[in-house]
Write a protein that binds this ligand. Structure first.
Ligand SMILES: CC(C)(COP(=O)(O)OP(=O)(O)OC[C@H]1O[C@@H](n2cnc3c(N)ncnc32)[C@H](O)[C@@H]1OP(=O)(O)O)[C@@H](O)C(=O)NCCC(=O)NCCS
Length: 207
């Protein structure tokens, strides 16, 4: 699998649109995001946090937060979805992927702020992760979620993932998809160009 340039993470930022046209930037997390990312996790509903962390926690455990902001450590990569409110960048979602070169897979997890759910942002992030995985040459995309997590299961099903029990854990379901589409057929290029435009003129990204 190909690897990204860890010295210039901003060049991998993408601009997505929510269903009602709000511009969402999806960029790699940075060390400076630590506090905002923790506030984001604290602000999730207990149910969303439980679903995302697969267990009860009032915030992101310190070790995990540290991994989230150190992109590339242990082949794990975190992205934050942000929008601008009154000129200030606010985290409204996040995603994390881990690449496993031994079996060509790209393992993912994601969440969207409760107040922003149901606006197509989860679907856009998932599609974006598929683009990123294809761009890096991964053969399959997969994730595990609690079998009670109807929203994630419906989202995965709708995005064409196959569902099967997670090996070794009866409480979880694995969603999995082979990556067959060529990168050029996907919206990745358009998303990246839009992000570059917004970086050069931030007022374009204001809701
Ligand atoms: C799962 C999650 C990421 C979905 O994000 P979202 O932005 O609300 O999803 P979208 O608006 O893009 O929905 C896309 C599709 O998913 C399905 N879906 C989303 N939320 C759903 C819900 N609550 N119930 C049933 N289906 C749902 C629908 O098919 C929807 O398509 P539609 O709106 O055309 O019907 C979000 O609910 C979340 O963050 N949950 C908490 C964290 C979590 O569970 N993460 C998954 C762990 S891997």
């Amino acid at each position: 699998m190909k690897h990204i340039d860890l010295h210039d993470l901003r060049k991998y930022s993408d601009a997505l649109l929510s269903r009602d046209g709000e511009v969402i930037t999806l960029r790699f997390a940075e060390i400076a995001d630590a506090e905002a990312l923790q506030s984001y996790f604290r602000g999730l509903s207990a149910q969303s946090r439980y679903n995302r962390l697969m267990g009860a926690a009032s915030e992101l455990p310190a070790g995990q937060l540290d991994r989230f902001i150190h992109v590339g450590d242990d082949d794990g990569f975190s992205l934050v979805a942000t929008t601008r409110r009154d000129g200030v960048e606010v985290i409204i979602g996040e995603a994390r992927y881990a690449i496993d070169d031994t079996n060509d897979s790209f393992e993912i997890g994601l969440s969207v702020d409760d107040g922003m759910q149901g606006q197509g942002i989860g679907a856009a992030i998932l599609n974006n992760l598929e683009c990123r995985a294809a761009g890096l040459g991964a053969g399959r995309l997969l994730g595990d979620t609690l079998r009670t997590n109807d929203a994630m299961l419906a989202l995965a099903r709708k995005a064409g993932f196959a569902l099967a029990p997670t090996p070794g854990d009866w409480k979880q379901i694995r969603f999995e998809k082979a990556i067959t589409r060529a990168t050029q057929d996907m919206p990745c290029v358009r998303w990246r160009l839009a992000a570059m435009l917004i970086q050069s003129n931030p007022s374009l990204g204001r809701a």
